[in-house]
Design a protein around this ligand. Sequence first.
Ligand code: PMP
Length: 348
Amino acid sequence: MLPLSVLERAASEMTNYQRSGMSVMEMSHRSKVYDNLINNVEASLRRSIGIPDNYKVMFLQGGGTQQFSSVPANLMKTGKADYALSGYFSTKAAQEAEKFGKVSIAASSKEDKFTYVPQQDQLELDPTADYFYICSNNTIYGTEWKYVPNTGNVPVVADMSSNILSKPINVSDYGLIFAGAQKNMGPAGVTLVIVRDDLLGNIDPKMPVLMDYKLMADKNSMYNTPPTYGIYILGLVYDWIENTIGGVAEMEKHNIKKASILYDYLDNSKLFAPTADKRDRSMMNATFRTGNDELDAKFVKGAADLGMSNLKGHRVVGGMRASIYNAMPIEGIEKLVSYMEKFEKENR
Ligand code: PMP
């Protein structure tokens, strides 16, 4: 979901952005008006999450998946990195990184079907690794890192695609953060990268030019044509968080409230069971099942009939998944839980 007010504002500015006489879609990215726009988007994000001056911000293309390659290409200075496998996308990222150097698995919850997030005392960290990689919210399995790993001087790289802006973070705990826009920030097609500037400048010049973070950062994401309209929508969403919600700390309060309504119900249900360990449950993706595939399918269909779509779990895990990203209002959760209560009464 995107906030309705964001979509309405985009609609109202669709044909004439701030009296420019054209849509953002029609604008040259080299124009003064677009230059202002992208600078304002970055400034607003910097205020929202408190990005220190020694961190670069980039708006790139290629999705989260492109960063699985770009991260090792840029950050594997000595050719080795540690990865924590806590779900589907960290596993994909580690596989991709193997093309660039030596990947060590510092921890994995695969044997337990990724129902938990490895804890600090389970991490086997190499103090000489170029970075330590985590996926901070496991979109498919519904678990979330509730702590920032302590790695000494090794920079932590985090894929925050599915929980960026859901709560305050301390950017300086990380060497690099990336996030595809399509969960909490805007339309698919833009990927945000935030990186500490001293980590840049080590890419092999034979690598494709668009993978060069330093070049992209030096050119303010405009070495080539950036995803202009997507970046504009990001700006509207950042504005919504800052000025309508009141900042990421307030956003977190909303998200805690939403997730608690759903998890409290799940913890007391005799029909539905949450699938992730309580300690590590995600505030963004709640996974659960009845234990009976037919009943799960009936539940998903009934929900869709009531206008609640996308409740089917990801194909690799089955069951159900409620993705309750930032823009999902509390009423959306209440509606879901009241449907679950009714379904439970009728199907026990
Ligand atoms: N990382 C995470 C945490 C994701 O949830 C996803 C997509 N759902 C990806 C990476 C891959 O992103 P993309 O499809 O934009 O390449």
